[in-house]
Design a protein. Sequence first.
Length: 176
Amino acid sequence: MRRVILMAAVALAAGFATGARADEGFGFSLQGQVGAGQTARDVKTDVNVVYGLILGFHFLGPLGVEADYHHAENDVSGGHGTIKQDGIFGHVRLDIGHAVVVPFLYAGVGWVHFHGTAAAVSGGADRAVIPGGVGLEFQAKPLVVGARAEYQWNTQTIASQHVDFWKAVGTVGFQF
C-alpha cells in the first residue's frame, strides 16, 4: 500500500509540474471497454473477456473522476464452475502531461456482485473492492482510444477465499 501511495504522490507532483491540462476546462467522456481479466490469489480462473463502460468527468488541471461498470465471467481452473461479476467503480484519475498521448494513473473504490456456479460464489456475494491502475490514451478529440491495466483488491474473503481480480482492456469513445 505504501508503494501505491508513493507512486500516486510522485505522479501528482509530476502532473502539477508539467501543467497538465492547465488550458482546458470541464469536459466529459464516454468510452466502451473490452479486454481480458482473471481472478487472482486463492481462486484461480481461466483468462476470459471483460467488458463495460467508463463515464469520465475532467476538470481544470490534471484531475478527473470516472464511473466504471464492468462485467466478467471466468471459468474456475480445473472445471469447477464459473465466477461471474458485475462491478461499479469510482476512480480519481490523474493525467500525467498534456499532449495527444496522455499517460494516467487512477485509484478508487468499488462494489462487485459475485455470482455463478463456482463453490466460492454459489450463494452470491457483494464485496467492496479497491481498484488501482495505469493507462495510456490517444486523444484526437472528440475520439479517444486507449489501454488500461487494473488490479482490484477485494476487501473481504468469499467463502474463506481471497478473490482479487486483474484486467487489461482497450477503450474507445468520445471526449467533449
